[in-house]
Design a binder for this molecule. Structure first.
Ligand SMILES: [Zn+2]
Length: 173
């Protein structure tokens, strides 16, 4: 790590601490005594993706993030949720502990994540990833999503409590 001020290649570490998934080090240049900070990301052994046609490609976080971003374009999502989803998927992949994973597994993880995040993004991603052959296949996916949503929207609280909550909200207004 060369000093950003003078370019000298030797520095001593004056402080180092763990920050989520990496290490931050404060360094002091042995040439000019300037202080600077380095971040080291802990990187597991490289991971390869087996594509549909059998070719291997090194896993790319950027590519994963790009695919999710594209699906989520202009959707009203909380800031950081796309990055978080990509990060969760990446962590999940490394947790599998395999050197190679089929691209289908990654696709499924993205689908599962988007399903919980935003249904329009989910359908967008699915239409590219699942390569819907026609509008019927697309409609089926939407129908499955909608019927799933209805069943998951059954009240989780007894009606009385729900009413109580509603009244409370009304009073707060
Ligand atoms: Zn220096």
């Amino acid at each position: 790590m060369n000093c950003p001020y003078c370019g000298y290649q030797d520095s001593k570490v004056i402080d180092s601490r763990d920050i989520n998934g990496g290490i931050r080090r404060r360094r002091e240049c042995l040439g000019c005594s300037s202080r600077f900070t380095t971040y080291e990301r802990l990187q597991p052994a490289s991971l390869f993706v087996i594509k549909k046609d059998g070719r291997r490609e090194e896993f790319s976080r950027e590519k994963l993030l790009g695919g999710i971003r594209k699906a989520c374009e202009k959707r009203p999502l909380p800031i950081g949720s796309v990055d978080k989803l990509a990060g969760d998927i990446e962590a999940g992949l490394y947790r599998l502990g395999k050197a190679e994973v089929p691209s289908a597994i990654i696709g499924d993880m993205v689908m599962a994540g988007l399903k919980g995040l935003d249904h329009i993004a989910y359908i967008r991603f699915a239409s590219v990833y699942r390569e819907f052959a026609d509008i019927t296949a697309l409609k089926q996916a939407v129908d499955t999503l909608v019927s799933g949503e209805k069943s998951s929207q059954l009240p989780l609280l007894p009606t009385e409590q729900l009413e109580g909550l509603k009244n409370k909200r009304r009073r707060q207004k």
